[in-house]
Design a protein around this ligand. Structure first.
Ligand SMILES: NC(=O)c1ccc[n+]([C@@H]2O[C@H](COP(=O)([O-])OP(=O)(O)OC[C@H]3O[C@@H](n4cnc5c(N)ncnc54)[C@H](OP(=O)(O)O)[C@@H]3O)[C@@H](O)[C@H]2O)c1
Length: 308
């Protein structure tokens, strides 16, 4: 598998903790099902798994470490707090490596554009020691992307990727030039929450008793014309509504990170990213998405956590 241009990435935000899965998604999934989802991903050559220390209430990394990570690629993140403490990245990476039971990480992202120079300097030192194979940035705007790239250029290290929120209904990073900038510079653009936390899946999805219910509140009805449009396109390719959301990203040359915790979701993701939508279908989906004009997560939802 070529790590520089993956077809899709498995998001493990709701792995590790049944309680978290239930709180977030309204249903919990047992460890065995998650392990089977991982095995399915390996069979399909979807070998990159995206994690962070807080995923699954702090249990996702340990879970995947327990499953065994020797034949997969790990994408993990340093999440800066509001106060910079020298050595914080090294300390955090050491915890990651212990949890994953690894000597190095394949892709390491600066999760937020906070203290960019200081945090990247630490990440660069770890890269030079061979403990990180590729460096990425997440939730960065265009000016912050340029700044990060110039720091890495100076250190003669390529910027691997930008990981921001993007979906059929949230295309701001495309409209404000970040996606084009990545393309021009040969940098991979990874989209998190392409399914909008489950909102772009099935209009009948049950959200009772979960955080999703709060996120969804009042929006499903407004999204009906989009569900109908996605269904129409999906039927032509024999794929489902969530697969259309995934295929939409892939057909843009954007890498979808999809929250999969069940084998069928991985299988569907594989089919979706191997589906070619016509330019006309892409334009049709965009036009309907623009018309319904529903925002769920918002492109810049983590800005509040960035140190001013
Ligand atoms: N860099 C960042 O700041 C950042 C922030 C957030 C997320 N992320 C990454 O992005 C990943 C994806 O985001 P996410 O997991 O929060 O949300 P998501 O992928 O937008 O949505 C996950 C939801 O979609 C459902 N789903 C997945 N595949 C489906 C299918 N084929 N059919 C029907 N439903 C399907 C899941 O159902 P079930 O409930 O049945 O499992 C779950 O409820 C995360 O895991 C994480 O790796 C990164």
């Amino acid at each position: 598998m070529d790590i520089s241009s993956p077809k899709a990435v498995i998001g493990a935000n709701s792995w590790g903790s049944a309680a978290y899965g239930k709180l977030l998604r309204g249903s919990s999934v047992d460890d065995d099902t998650i392990r089977k989802a991982m095995d399915t991903a390996k069979e399909k050559n979807l070998l990159i798994f995206d994690l962070a220390q807080d995923y699954g209430l702090g249990k996702a990394q340990k879970m995947i470490g327990g499953f065994g990570t020797e034949d997969i690629y790990i994408s993990a993140k340093f999440t800066p707090g509001k106060k910079y403490v020298p050595g914080q990245v090294r300390k955090s990476l050491e915890r990651d490596l212990a949890e994953f039971r690894r000597e190095y990480l394949d892709i390491y992202w600066l999760h937020l554009p906070t203290d960019i120079e200081k945090n990247l300097a630490e990440i660069i030192a770890l890269y030079n020691e061979g403990r990180i194979r590729h460096i990425g940035i997440s939730n960065f705007n265009l000016a912050e992307c340029r700044k990060a790239k110039s720091i890495l250029d100076y250190a003669k290290i390529p910027l691997y990727g930008v990981q921001n929120h993007y979906s059929l209904i949230s295309r701001e990073w495309e409209q404000n030039g970040v996606v084009a900038w990545c393309r021009e510079n040969g940098i991979s653009f990874w989209a998190w929450a392409v399914l909008e936390e489950g909102m772009l899946t099935d209009p009948r999805v049950k959200t009772k008793g979960s955080l999703m219910k709060l996120i969804f509140s009042g929006k499903k009805k407004k999204l009906r014309p989009l569900y109908a449009a996605m269904d129409r396109v999906g039927k032509r390719h024999n794929i489902t509504i969530p697969q259309v959301a995934e295929a939409f990203c892939a057909n843009k040359g954007i890498v979808p990170i999809c929250g999969c915790r069940k084998p069928y979701q991985v299988e569907q993701l594989y089919e979706a990213v191997n589906t070619t939508l016509s330019p006309r279908e892409m334009r049709f989906l965009e036009a309907v998405a623009d018309k319904v004009n529903v925002r769920i997560l918002g492109a810049d939802m983590f800005r509040f956590a960035v140190k001013k």
